[in-house]
Design a protein around this ligand. Sequence first.
Ligand SMILES: *Cc1c(COP(=O)(O)O)cnc(C)c1O
Length: 391
Amino acid sequence: MTRSNGSSPGIQNPAGSPLDPAAPALLTIDLGALCDNYRYLAALAPGAECAAVVKADAYGIGVKRAVPALIDAGCRTFFVATLGEARNLRGVAGDVDLYVLDGLFPDAAPEFAAIDARPVLGSLPEIEDWSRYCADTGEKRPAALHIDTGMNRLGMRPGDVDALADDPRLIGDFTPALVISHLACGDDPDEPMNVRQRTSFDELRSKLPPCPSCFANSAGIFLGPAYHYDMVRPGVALYGARAVNGVANPMKPVVRLDIRIVQIRDAEPGETVGYGANRKLATKTRIATAAAGYADGIFRHLGAADGESGMTAYIGEYAAPILGRVSMDTITLAVSHIPPHLAARGAFVEVIGPHISVDDLAEKAGTIGYEVLTSLGHRYERRYVGLEKQV
Ligand SMILES: *Cc1c(COP(=O)(O)O)cnc(C)c1O
């Protein structure tokens, strides 16, 4: 049996101001919380400059709004992953230092120079390319050097650092503005690898010409002053997600996601819900279908077949557990116990918000807050709030 409700009066619109009536969901991004998080992290490392990692469109929240807000909060140095991201960022931030973590592809040096972006050089061939370009153009351009202390991902191995130390001409044609390394296990403060990496960083950077050092990501900041050096470069904590496991997260939430109910139906015992028909109803159940799915970053692992517990959304103070699989564009929620004027067509369902943090949702999906943030959908209406002054 299927039944559809008309739109009920009194539906709470979490935006508090007119929404596109066709918007399937509302993503609210609190730039005030972002700035508070920046200042909080900067204050944890008072002796260091606090940069910001804004790769992947500022972890999904949007560089166009996030970067001006961070500049207003005092940030002067930004890290992105790719040159394309650096170009976007230059469009919104003229006068900042801009580092590209993924380094230098062959022949890309002029593209970096064109937007005054600094590659993070992590291998001898990259260093040779940048050196040659600087020598050819007669300008000593800044770049960062990346030393690998245990990630085995990017950065120079100890032998490469020795080669540089033996032949300083390799970096004579450009200006090493920063030397960096990256923690593998910073999210676990008890992990002995943290100290081993720090010791290795100290040993290797001492072989290079003196230059400001940058070691700590978000988690590294929480490891204490020994990890702060001259600059820290948080990412995920700025956006409110957990950087350190096993302790309370002190960051303010930046993201809230509410999706809209498109239909309500009552289904009978014995019927099934969704693809695979893998969720059989034991009792008569009212089902709300809400308008976002895995194409919007609601991971398929958040679904619940028989015997599984998936995600739980909230309508006001009422929990609404998911039923069956996540579809591409929708999820189905159990709402029998929720007053019909709340669980109604057009109403908003909290997916990330006061009841469910980014990390709660990530845990349910078997992933991490980083992936929830960087998967935030592009079909949501986005609202930026929290700043008095528009930046
Ligand atoms: C992504 C990244 C960061 C930021 O890490 P968070 O854990 O998000 O704070 C810092 N440094 C490097 C090299 C990165 O790739």
